[in-house]
Ligand binder design. Structure first.
Ligand SMILES: Nc1ncnc2c1ncn2[C@@H]1O[C@H](COP(=O)(O)OP(=O)(O)OP(=O)(O)O)[C@@H](O)[C@H]1O
Length: 274
């Protein structure tokens, strides 16, 4: 780990966390991962595996560390100067914080979609072609194919195929979010991280994104932060419940919602707090 790890940190084993059931290959393995912003601890001994070609939901009340955790998975969290970490996160069995690991390689494999759609102030076409161009693809025919494939993958092609040169800001919020997903698909990642991707959207746009997430998991591993427990229950295979920076419970989604093992999980999913 290239960031200075705290030395005065005493790991507290979290006995309620279940290891991965082993029914699917793990894409990420998180071991005793802790994180501080300055002196304030935001994550404590997070430990679980994230399976490939599954949707993994991260739930928990405001401020429990969900965004911090998801931003650690692509090392975006390092952009905050005061961050210190200990423990490890492996992606495809390689420690992502090893000095040998190139962050560019990680970001090519791990795409991210944010809470608020954030298209570039460019045409719909250019938004999707941007990443491949950065990666050196110049031929128009190849770029055209990537743009079409990515927009189809994000279930947006039919709505925009006749207006590809129009500015992306002319799209609705839900369409902009699917454009951001298409932009992500264009660089052919393995993993898509989604940080509350539907919280700024209306119910119909939300339903479209949820349907899309279900389809995307055939080809991608998805980690989604959501405040919405119904959404987690509807679309995810695994759920991790975070509280005060700790993973209180991690298991198959149907199990976690129907038969929570920890009283705090039960209280949260039944709306007693949060
Ligand atoms: N850049 C930062 N600098 C300092 N502290 C931060 C920073 N980002 C987050 N924190 C703190 O870390 C803790 C976890 O925040 P985080 O945003 O990860 O929680 P969250 O569960 O995603 O919250 P929400 O659901 O409200 O988005 C909070 O106490 C927050 O104040």
């Amino acid at each position: 780990m290239n960031s200075a790890a705290k030395t005065n940190h005493v790991p507290v084993p979290n006995t309620t966390v279940k290891p991965n059931s082993g029914d699917s290959k793990s894409i990420y393995s998180i071991q005793n991962f802790s994180l501080w912003y300055g002196n304030d601890q935001a994550l404590q001994d997070v430990q679980f595996d994230i399976p490939a070609n599954n949707v993994t939901a991260i739930i928990g009340p405001s401020g429990c560390g969900k965004s911090t955790f998801i931003k650690a998975l692509n090392r975006m969290v390092e952009l905050v100067a005061s961050v210190k970490m200990s423990g490890s996160i492996s992606y495809n069995r390689k420690d992502i914080f090893s000095p040998k690991y190139k962050v560019e390689e990680l970001r090519t494999n791990v795409g991210m979609v944010f809470q608020h759609p954030n298209p570039f102030p460019k045409s719909i076409y250019e938004n999707v072609a941007y990443g491949p161009k950065i990666h050196g693809i110049k031929k128009k025919k190849v770029l055209d194919e990537i743009v079409e494939k990515s927009l189809k993958g994000a279930a947006l092609w039919d709505e925009v195929k006749d207006r590809l040169q129009e500015n992306a800001f002319g799209l609705s919020g839900g369409q902009q979010q699917r454009l951001c997903i298409a932009r992500c698909l264009a660089i052919e990642p393995d993993v898509i991280l989604m940080d509350e991707p539907t919280s700024a959207l209306d119910p119909i746009s939300t339903a479209k994104i949820e349907e899309l997430v279900q389809k995307l998991k055939e080809d991608y591993s998805i980690v989604i932060v959501t405040h919405n427990m119904q959404q987690a229950a509807r679309i995810s295979d695994k759920t991790a419940f975070f509280l005060n920076g700790e993973v209180i419970e991690y298991s198959n989604t149907d199990e976690l919602f129907s038969n929570p093992k920890d009283k705090r999980t039960e209280d949260y999913i039944t709306g007693r707090f949060g």
